[in-house]
Design a protein around this ligand. Sequence first.
Ligand code: TRP
Length: 450
Amino acid sequence: MPQKERERWGSGKGFLLAALGSAVGLGNVWRFSYVAGENGGGAFLLVYLGMVFLVGVPLLLGELALGRSTQREGGGASEVLAPASHWTRVGLLGVVVASLILIYYAVIAGWVLKYLVLYLRNATPEFAVAGFAPAFHNFIAHPIEPLAWQLVVMALAMVIVARGVERGIEAISMLLMPALGLLLLALAIHSATLPGFQRGVAFLLLPDWAALTQPRIYLAALGQAFFSIGLAMGVMVTYGSYLTQSHRLPGAAVVIALGDTLFAVIAGLVIFPAVFSFGLDPAQGPALAFIVLPEVFSQMKGGAMVGTTFFLLLTIAALTSAVSLLEVPVAYAMHRFGWSRKRASVGLGSVIFMLGIPASLGFGPWAGLTAMGGRGILDAMDFVAVNILLPLNGLLIALFLGWIWRRRDALAACDLHESRLGRFWHFSVRYTVPLLVAVVLIRSVWWSAQ
Ligand code: TRP
C-alpha cells in the first residue's frame, strides 16, 4: 500500500490546543467535581496533584514521544518498535477502549447538549415544573430523545474528524479552546461574588488530613488523572504522530497536564461555591451537573445566563474530547485498512453511535439490564473502561516505555537525553508508574470481583 504523506499540525500552538481540547472534557467538570466531592475535597486535590506529576506527566510525555518517533498512530506505534510481538496487541487494545469510552461519552455529551439548548431557549422552567431530579430522570428514560442528541454529538465529531488533522481537529480547537478559557474565566469571576465562595474554596483547597488515611482516595485520584488527561488510549500517541522534530515535548507535556489540572480546579471553584451558596450537598455523584447545578441556577440571580454559559462550556469541552477519541480508531483504520479519512470517520462514527444505543436505552426501556454488580449498561461500561482497562493499558504502556524501548532511543525521542530530568523520567516509567498503577489495578479488579 503506497503511504501517503503523513498529515501534520499546522502549528505548535494548534497542536497544544488540540491536545488540551482532548484533555479538557467532561472529566474535568462533571467527573472531577463529583469525584472530589465524594473523596474529601481538599485532601483529594492534594493526592490528585501528586498523581498528575508522578504518573500523568511521565506517561503523557512517553506517549507523545512514541507517536512522534514512530510517526504512527496509537495502535500502530508498537508495530514499529516491537514488530511481531504481543506488544502490538497493547496498541490495539487502546484503539478498542478509546472506541468503548466514546460509545458512552457521546451519550453523556448528548445530555449536555440537550441542557444547553434548554438554557438557550429559556425553557428550563417548563422542563422542570415538577423539579430538576424527576425532569432529568424522565428525559434520560425517554426511548428516543436522548438518542437524537447523542446522534448530533457523533455527527459533529464525524464531520470534524473527516475534515482532517489540520483543517478539522486543529481548526476547531483553535476556534473553541480560547472561547472555553474565556467562558471559564467569566464563570469564575461570577463565582467569587457568591455568598458561599469562601466555603467552596475552603472545601476544595483546605485538605482534611484525616481523609488521607483512606486508600480509596489514592485509587480515585489515579483513575481520575488517567481519564482527565486522556492517557493510555493512544490519543496522545496519535496526536504526537502528527508532530515533527521541531517541537519540544517535555514542555508540551507539562503544559497539557498543568492546563488540564488548572481547568479542573477552576471548574471546582465555580461549582462548589454555587452548591454551598444554596445549601446543597457537593457529594451528590454524577447527577451533580444535571440536577444540583440546574437547581442552583434556578435560584441564583442571573442564573439563566450562568446556566447557559456553564452548559456551553461543557458542550465545547465534551465535543473536542469526543473528537480525540474518534481520531484514534479512525487513524488506525486509515493506516491498517487503507480507508480514506472520510470513510473511516463516517463508518466508525456510525458504528460507535449504534453501539451507544443500548447505553442510552439502559436508562429507559432497558433499565432492567444490569452488569458488574447491579450497574446499568452505561455505568458498567464506564466502570470497566476507567477502573480496569485504562489502568491496565497504562501499566502496559509504562512497561513498554521503561523496559522494552531502548533507554537511549526513548530518552532521545522525549528530547531528554541523559540529563537529570531524563533519568527521573526513565526511573518513573520503569518503576514508579508501573508500581503505582499495578496497585490500583489490583485493587480495582479485587473490588469488582466482590
Ligand atoms: N480527557 C477527556 C475528559 O476529561 C476524555 C478523554 C479524551 C479520554 N481522550 C481520552 C479519556 C482518552 C480516556 C482516554 O473528559
